[in-house]
Design a binder for this molecule. Structure first.
Ligand SMILES: NC(=O)c1ccc[n+]([C@@H]2O[C@H](COP(=O)([O-])OP(=O)(O)OC[C@H]3O[C@@H](n4cnc5c(N)ncnc54)[C@H](O)[C@@H]3O)[C@@H](O)[C@H]2O)c1
Length: 358
């Protein structure tokens, strides 16, 4: 099969969907790989490394014309003209993006989304590594913007002897949330985590013992926690669905001046009422007296780590898809759940239900 790897064009995106080692694995399997010139550069993979692996270099159009196109982020509007009736394997986050759903259906693309590939135990093996990165980064981004020079309230996450550290509230204690908790605890902050799942809170309680507070998430408990927070991290997810709004505008207006909110769930539409996507070039805006950070491709800030983490997870699926898309989907229920668009229709049940209103 001919496999194409376009360059990512989202603002400050540094990841690439296939490493040279991945390209070599596909070539060994008898496939042809065309990588857009320079696609791996920001992840420290030179064009020569792909050539050495047996891939060829080409234009964006060459990469997009392949039978199987591998990307990291969802196609942007400027890429819609490159969509075709081939197979696209990437993050789509379609529930939050009706125009992209329409474009994929109009082009007849078989769209397989990393974020809905789901194992029998409910876990999301291709989202997990990026949630791990985003969870850890969220605390570092929050700590950065809490500094006075970045318009924050001038609070050091760790505090110092005699002065307490910051109050960090994490909403959603799944993969991103638990990684945020670990990072914030490691930095010496006071951490409260809220989740609707008591088993999830039990796991976190066992892991962190008395070093964190766990609270069941309700509108009342969220309002109370957010009002006391220096840094709020939103990390909730209902797989395939738009993120639920957990923090309302009124709650933000009641927050401490200079507090920071990081919405990791922005790629699913955001879990704060005031969230709108921002970019690495211009990551924050003000609501009331608080700063909102809503970068939809957070792992792109650390492409060398993120590309390796993502492709560790995606490559086994890529190899099977290259051997035969239909047979790979038929043989693997988890991959089957990744199929979002097929033959001009949105076919993932949750995504289809969410988009029905558009
Ligand atoms: N911005 C980025 O760059 C980036 C990168 C990676 C992941 N993400 C996003 O991060 C989000 C979280 O992903 P994850 O892998 O951690 O998901 P996950 O499924 O592991 O965890 C989500 C948690 O949210 C909880 N939850 C659901 N509704 C809730 C509510 N109302 N209140 C409190 N908790 C609630 C669930 O019980 C679950 O524990 C997703 O939207 C994902 O797409 C964003």
């Amino acid at each position: 099969m001919r496999v194409g790897v376009p360059t990512e064009i989202k603002d400050s995106e540094t990841r690439v969907a296939l490493t040279p080692q991945g390209a070599a694995a596909l070539v060994r399997g008898g496939h042809t790989v065309v990588v857009q010139t320079g696609a791996g550069a920001a992840s420290s993979f030179a064009d020569d490394a792909y050539l050495h692996a047996g891939a060829s270099l080409g234009s964006a159009a060459d990469a997009w014309a392949a039978e199987l196109v591998l990307k990291v982020k969802e196609p942007l509007e400027s890429e819609y003209g490159l969509l075709s009736a081939n197979t696209l394997f990437t993050f789509l986050h379609l529930a939050a993006n009706p125009p992209l759903a329409k474009a994929l259906c109009a082009a007849g693309t078989l769209g397989i989304s990393y974020d809905t590939v789901q194992l029998a135990d409910g876990s999301l093996p291709l989202l997990t590594p990026m949630s791990e990165v985003a969870g850890r980064l969220s605390v570092l981004a929050g700590a950065h913007h809490l500094q006075t020079s970045h318009s924050g309230r001038g609070v050091l996450l760790a505090g110092v002897p005699g002065v307490p550290g910051a109050d960090v509230v994490v909403l959603g204690g799944g993969i991103a949330g638990s990684n945020a908790v670990a990072q914030a605890v490691a930095l010496g902050a006071h951490v409260t985590v809220l989740d609707i799942s008591v088993p999830q809170l039990r796991t976190l309680d066992t892991r962190f013992g008395g070093r964190i507070r766990t609270v069941v998430s309700t509108p009342e408990t969220v309002a109370e926690a957010v009002a006391q927070a220096d840094l709020v991290i939103g990390a909730v997810l209902v797989p395939g669905n738009k993120a639920p709004v957990v923090v309302t505008h009124q709650m933000v207006l009641g927050m401490r001046p200079g507090s920071v909110l990081v919405d990791i769930a922005i790629d699913q539409g955001g879990c704060f009422e005031d969230s709108r996507p921002t970019t690495h070039s211009n990551p924050v805006y003000t609501v009331g007296k608080s700063l909102m950070y809503c970068v939809a491709n957070m792992p792109g800030a650390v492409g060398m780590t993120s590309t390796r983490a993502l492709t560790n997870a995606t490559l086994p699926y890529v190899v099977r898809l290259a051997d035969g898309v239909e047979s790979a989907i038929a043989a693997d229920a988890a991959l089957g759940l990744g199929v979002n668009t097929q033959a001009g229709e949105v076919v993932h049940p949750t995504v289809r239900a969410v988009l029905a209103g558009f």
